[in-house]
Design a protein around this ligand. Structure first.
Ligand code: FAD
Length: 135
């Protein structure tokens, strides 16, 4: 299993409805390839974590790259994983708010640095907790 995190620029004209469409199709499609993860949208950016079998995650990522609703995707983190952080979500969604945007900005600022595994896992667990709290 692997975990992949990328960040991309949302299309300037993207609406909340379109982001909801993306979440909807992700939730419909991802179970077929046992992909779980989270999609965060805020500040003109997307950040997505995809977890699953290596081939499934890479295939999905390549497909997502072609989507005109975003551009300039950059992988910030990719690593083997023993377990899922977002196991309960075929694609969890987090909308932008000032608190959550801080997380995206922080990760974006660090995109040229190596994000060490424990920092990454800790940040992702915080995201998972946010999803639980948002219920
Ligand atoms: P089709 O409806 O046949 O799509 C055909 C093409 O049109 C695709 O290339 C798609 O990119 C594009 N497209 C579809 N709808 C729109 C639209 N409303 N506006 C503009 N272009 C459109 N899909 C997943 O399955 N799982 C994910 O986790 C996932 N995450 C995503 C994250 C981001 C940031 C983005 C932008 C998209 C994501 N998608 C995800 C959507 C993915 O790119 C495909 O649109 C989706 O998988 C449906 O593909 P399809 O070929 O079955 O659908």
């Amino acid at each position: 299993m692997i975990r992949l995190l990328y960040i991309s620029r949302a299309a300037p004209t993207i609406s909340n409805e379109q982001v909801q469409d993306i979440l909807l199709s992700s939730r419909q499609n991802n179970p077929a390839s046992s992909i779980t993860g989270i999609l965060v949208h805020g500040g003109g950016l997307f950040m997505q974590v995809l977890e699953g079998q290596e081939q499934d995650v890479l295939r999905k990522y390549v497909k997502i790259l072609d989507d005109p609703r975003h551009s300039g995707a950059e992988i910030l983190y990719i690593s083997p994983a023993n377990n899922r952080i977002f196991g309960k979500w075929s694609m969890g969604g987090i909308k932008s708010d000032p608190l959550q945007f801080q997380y995206i900005s922080k990760l974006r600022a660090r995109r040229l640095e190596v994000i060490d595994a424990s920092t990454f896992t800790e940040t992702m667990r915080e995201f998972a907790q946010m999803l639980r709290d948002a219920k």
